[in-house]
Ligand binder design. Structure first.
Ligand SMILES: [Zn+2]
Length: 272
């Protein structure tokens, strides 16, 4: 264990070790990011989208099409709220192309994706007729700029987090939108069930954010309009089962969660 672990966001070595087990969890004393110093990337092939996904969500990625597609349409509406431009969209970590398919159906044009899994890219090309480039984002060199870049639950898998954000910022046109989702520690799981949160923390997740942290960090990179939303609203993770069943508490929780982006995951929309 290295006592001088470096924060992947602000690069300071002033970090406190919170937990050392299957992951090494640190809190940055400067920017307050929570990061895993023993982060190890996985093989993001077919088994990742089948077994690993099934273990977490109870069904394979392909079987989860309807839910992912519905979520994609909601995200595209949020992008449209920030920008009227519907051309030149890149999805990073495009997986099987469900988001790109929804973008096409919503009238977005000039779509492209990059994805490390060959199976995913092949599926997207065959099923939706949208070409996805098979490549590793970290070594990929952009040859053009985009008006919209999206990355759903992608950034947390990378080792050099700040570098990835800078690379995306540089690949956006002025006024372009970056929309993404990430794990958040400003949510019921970390606040109330911390031990469970730590024990189930994936080995291949590098960094965890909070709404405040992500706003400040994106601001330092040059992003201007920054909006956060809760990635999911789960009152049952906050209240006891008895209170979680009462609609008054469920509604109150949903209201407050939406206002302050209190959630175990976070959606972020930012303009360059
Ligand atoms: Zn930091």
């Amino acid at each position: 264990m290295n006592k001088n672990e470096q924060c992947p966001l602000c690069a300071t070595r002033r970090c406190t070790l919170l937990y050392d087990g299957h992951i090494s969890l640190y809190r940055c004393k400067r920017c307050h990011a929570l990061f895993n110093a023993s982060h190890r990337p996985l093989e993001y092939g077919e088994s990742y989208f089948n077994e690993a996904y099934r273990n977490q969500y109870g069904k394979s990625y392909l079987e989860d099409f309807d839910a992912i597609y519905a979520m994609a349409r909601k995200r595209l509406a949020r992008i449209s709220f920030l920008s009227h431009c519907k051309s030149g969209l890149l999805d990073i970590g495009a997986a099987y192309g469900f988001f790109l398919k929804a973008a096409f159906d919503e009238g977005f044009e000039n779509l492209s994706g990059i994805e490390i899994s060959e199976e995913g890219a092949r599926y997207c090309a065959h099923t939706f007729g949208i070409q996805v480039h098979v490549t590793n984002f970290e070594t990929y060199e952009f040859s053009r700029k985009f008006n919209i870049i999206t990355a759903w639950y992608f950034i947390e898998h990378l080792h050099d987090t700040r570098e990835a954000f800078v690379k995306i910022y540089n690949a956006l046109n002025e006024g372009g939108i970056f929309a993404f989702s990430v794990p958040s520690f400003f949510g019921p799981q970390f606040m109330l069930h911390r031990n469970e949160w730590i024990q189930s923390h994936p080995l291949d997740h590098r960094v965890n954010f909070s709404p405040q942290l992500i706003r400040r960090f994106l601001g330092t990179l040059g992003f201007s309009k920054i909006i956060t939303y809760p990635g999911g609203i789960h009152p049952q993770r906050f209240f006891s089962p008895h209170f979680a069943r009462i609609s008054f508490f469920r509604c109150l929780y949903a209201r407050v969660s939406a206002m302050i982006s209190f959630s175990d995951t976070l959606e972020v929309y930012a303009r360059k």
